[in-house]
Design a protein around this ligand. Structure first.
Ligand code: AMP
Ligand code: MN
Ligand code: MN
Ligand code: MN
Length: 278
């Protein structure tokens, strides 16, 4: 079975519409795709309605990727199989949107002090009805030729500690885990190898994540070296976490594709084990 449990649409910083994402997943012969936009479930009604009309052998898992903060690190937590109709859940999401908006205004002020004016409105327009992310800011900076590419936008302005960086007021990891669990979903620690942490800190994070009721961790994501994949797998076992796999797909690119290179080792318990995937 081909399963990808981490992807984005243009309702956050992905490039594709929900329909385009689903068509692509179908073309890539996926059996299961989770849509996990940053701090929003706005893609889901459209995605599920479209899928309903298609009668394709592709199951869509309703998901989200929450931004949280833990000891100064930006930690991302996926919610899989969340009930996106849950009212309290949507209130939490609305609050995340407010945090994003406030941070965006503060980033725009910092950019203005660097002589780069009125980025907020342009980024807001790019984001449309979706969540406003640093990627939208990066796109504005590239478009105005203030930087040569995305990487440089983060390196010079938007990355941690850089000129336009604003410390986000994200919730604690245990809050996001509770929100997900209360909405009937399972909490999965996203891309643990991408936090630039020593293994001592990562173990501390896994300990806190597990204590707070988290269910799984990604052990397979693209561009992960074989030994790192193995190490993450052994951590999953040590902490009793189920294993997840996701491409973190944002847009079609040379290095990123849905469902690519996401196999799990046989000795791991997959997060989807009890999902009744036919
Ligand atoms: P935000 O959630 O608004 O802080 O935006 C973070 C998003 O920006 C991530 O989900 C990535 O898609 C993107 N991002 C973060 N760092 C980089 C980077 N160095 N280069 C390119 N994109 C990045
Ligand atoms: Mn992103
Ligand atoms: Mn992420
Ligand atoms: Mn992601």
């Amino acid at each position: 079975m081909k399963i990808d449990l981490h992807s984005h649409t243009y309702y956050s910083d992905g490039a594709l519409s929900p329909k385009e994402l689903i068509d692509r997943a179908h073309n890539m012969q996926l059996d299961v795709l989770a849509i996990t936009d940053h701090d929003t479930t706005a893609a889901l009604p459209e995605a599920l309605a479209y899928q309903e009309t298609q009668k394709r052998p592709l199951r869509i898992i309703p998901g989200i990727e929450f931004s949280t903060r833990w000891h100064g690190f930006d930690i991302h937590i996926l919610g899989l199989n969340v009930d996106h109709h849950n009212e309290v859940f949507q209130q939490r999401i609305a609050r995340q949107g407010e945090r994003r908006d406030l941070r965006a205004r503060q980033m725009a002020e910092k950019l203005a002090r660097c002589g780069i004016e009125e980025v907020y409105d342009e980024a807001r327009t790019l984001a449309g009805p979706g969540q406003l992310t640093r990627s939208h800011f990066a796109r504005v900076l590239v478009k105005r030729k203030m930087v040569k590419d995305f990487e440089q936008a983060f390196k010079r302005y938007l990355g941690k500690g850089k000129r336009a960086f604003v410390t986000p007021a994200w919730p604690e990891i245990h809050e996001a885990i509770e929100w997900i669990n209360q909405a009937g979903g399972e909490a999965v620690l996203a891309h643990p190898a991408r936090y630039d942490m020593t293994s001592k800190w990562l173990k501390r994070l896994l300990n806190d994540f597990t204590q707070a009721g988290g269910q799984g961790m990604e052990v397979s994501h693209p561009q992960l070296a074989a030994d790192t994949r193995k190490l993450l797998g052994s951590y999953a076992k040590d902490y009793g976490l189920r294993a997840s796999a996701g491409s973190d797909f944002h847009f079609p690119g040379r290095w990123t594709e849905l469902g690519k290179n996401l196999s799990l080792a046989d000795d791991l318990v997959p997060i989807w084990q009890h999902w009744n995937l036919a």
